[in-house]
Each structure stands twice: as structure tokens, then as C-alpha cells.
Design a protein around this ligand. Sequence first.
Ligand code: AMP
Ligand code: GLY
Length: 425
Amino acid sequence: MTLLIVGSGGREHAIGWALSQDRRVKQLWFAPGNAGTAALGENVPLPATDRAGLVAWCQRQRPDLVVVGPEAPLCAGLVDDLAAVGVPAFGPGKAGARLEASKIFTKELLRKAGVPTADSERFTDRAAARAYCAAQHYPLVIKADGLAAGKGVIIAQSLAEADAALEQIMAQKVFGAAGDSVLIEEFLPGQEASIHAVTDGADYVLLPTAQDHKRIRDNDEGPNTGGMGAYAPAPIVSDELLATIEQTIIRPVIGALRDAGIDYRGVLYAGLMLTPQGPKVLEFNCRFGDPETEVLLPLLATPLLDLLLATVERRIGRLRFELKTGSALTVVLAAPGYPEKPVTGQVIHGLPGASPLLFHAGTTRGADGTVTVSGGRVLAATGVGPDLRAARRQAYKIAADIRFDGRQYRLDIGKKALDLPARGA
Ligand code: AMP
Ligand code: GLY
């Protein structure tokens, strides 16, 4: 088989790595890929957002399957465009991707389906939003409605901070049109968990539970990022809690999408807050998480290709789906200045001979063979082991051998899980 993977992050490298293990896979293309994906296949110089270019390329090359990594092309309707020219693709169409593209659409769907989520109100008028904020308890969460690369969420500790957030989102439009309307919602306390279901619109399978680390610095301090590390499975999600999540969140949402007439095939990634009142939805994503994918795929026993094809061909109900035992943990190595203003261009040392689970994100290979930093998140060093402690040791060992100027990474990935009391204690 021949496959095109759209995207250029650690997620896409991990997808490519998993597929490259499969003898049935004869050719992998990446658009646009990175220095890591170039070693697994061929990088095609088309950005993930060049819909017309990607469709034209697919019409010429006729890949057997396209796997769309990031949300932007999914939300723009790349999968619909490919379907229109007879090229099968993994991921929801534009209608389904609204689950990620519009927080307001999702809130409404959740409300109708009775799925637990933070209470919220929507505003398009700044004065009305401000008046509402004046009557609330703090902290309070202010969200731009549209896509804002994970940065459109502000947790305000006071009315003054809420006001400043409204000014930035609604007046200065720092997130562009994503801020035409805002959602103001109650602050939910607790730990977060990432739940990935892969669904064909009727049936689904669950990937291991995972936990991301969104803040730039240890102890969850500093600004939000795309994710600085992850591990799976997340011991905070007990089997019992997972059963509750399936029953109160995953199944009702798949049902609600179907009831809305949406043909949702792909990843349904629920970002949850595990509150004292039970699991509640923070957000939905219509794609694999990054860096979660880097820890989920090494734990699949079923070949990824089988899962992708069963999804696209609507036969997940007949798929024999199995996970490996053990744990995986990934540590993101980021550029200096990330997330605000990443500094790029530095040469990366220590790559030759590195683990195949050192997934590349913001890396570029020059004509002379040197690999340099070209993005905020640079590499994801992934360890796999019989337990989380072993996986963690391995991930940090891989990370320590990689050097570039200004390299930053968190030292506490997985710490929350290791600090938990043992099960049954
Ligand atoms: P989102 O893009 O909606 O996932 O939000 C990004 C991050 O903001 C989440 O991962 C949480 O850490 C935080 N967050 C979002 N909504 C809430 C909420 N209602 N209560 C507490 N934290 C939140
Ligand atoms: N890990 C967060 C995300 O992929 O959105």
C-alpha cells in the first residue's frame, strides 16, 4: 500500500513510524514532513493547509490512503475534497471537524446529548460579556470560539483579568475571527486526561488513556503550549472511571454526531477534567493528540494500518483490536523562546544512532545533511517499558543525548502519575 501522511509534527512522524513497521506499506509520503519523516519515506513540499495542492497531488499519485494529522486541514474540509476525487482519507469531514473548529457547536451538541461539561455562556457583544463577568465567581475561563492553536483559552483570576482577555479576544482580535464570539465558562478543578476513541461513526475502540503536560515549565507553571510531554496509560483513570467516561461521554457523543447526520470517521479525542463530581468535557479534538500520539502508537498491538482501514471502511465492529501491556512516556524538547517566540536555526547534535522513538517535529535537514531547529516543538523523546518508571527513565535518557542551543524540556513529565498512591492503597 501507499500512504500520504499530512502534517509535519511529532504526531505525523509517529504515525509514519508505526506504518513503516508494516510489511504491507510499500511507500510513505509526508506533506510536508520534517527531517525525521524524510528517513521513513519521501517528503512532499506541500504545506498541510494547501488543500488544492494536496488534492491535485493525490489525483496524480493516487495514494491508497491519506492520513490527515492536524486539525486545520480537517476543519477546512480536506477529507471531503479527497472523497470527491475518489481518494480515501482517515479523519472526519468538515461537518464532523466542527467538533474541534467550534467550541460553541460542541457545547450545544453536548448539552443536547446530556454530556457533562463546564457550564458556559456565549457572547458576541463585548459589553454583554463584561456585564456577565462582573456577576461571576473567579477563576473564570474565557475562550475564543474558533481555532486558536490551543492558545485561545484564558483563565482569569479576577474581573480585571477577564476584562483584559475580552479586550484581547474581542477588540484586538489577537486570535482573528476565532474571537468573533467568546464562551465564558466555569472553572473546573482537577486533573486532565486525554481519551482517544477511534470511531467509524457506529462502533469505536479506545486507545490507552493519556495525560498531556500543557504548560511550558515544571509543576505546570508558565504559559500554555501545544504540549510538553505525555504518558500512557494514565493511572489516574481507573477501569471504573473509564467505564463511566465511555458511558457518559464517548457513546453519547458518537450517537449525537450520528443523530445530527454527521458521518464521523476518525479520532474522537476528548480532553477531560476529572472533577470531584466526575469526568467533564473540556474540549473535543477531531484528530490524534500531539504529543499523545507519540505514546499511544507504541502501545498498539493491532497494526495501525488495520485500525485506519477499518475506520475508513466502516468495519471497526469486526476489528480485533488489542493493546500492549506496559507504558510509554514522551518528553518534548522545545526551542528557546517557545511558546511565545521560538528561536530557530540551531544545529541539533546527537541525532545519528538515536532511538527510532525520537520523533521529530520542528526539524529540517539541510543540503549538507545537518539537521536544524525549525519550529517551537523540536523533538519528542519517547521511552517504552514494562511500567511508567522504566518508560520515563528511557525517555529522559534519549532526551539527554540530544543537544541544541537553548534546548528546553520539562523534568517532571509523568511525575503526577508516579506520585499517585498505588492502586488499592
Ligand atoms: P481547551 O483548548 O478548551 O482544551 O483548553 C486548554 C486548557 O485550558 C485545558 O487543557 C485546561 O488546562 C484549561 N481549561 C480549559 N477549560 C477549562 C475549565 N473550564 N476549567 C479549568 N481549566 C480549563
Ligand atoms: N495534546 C493536545 C492536543 O493535541 O491538542
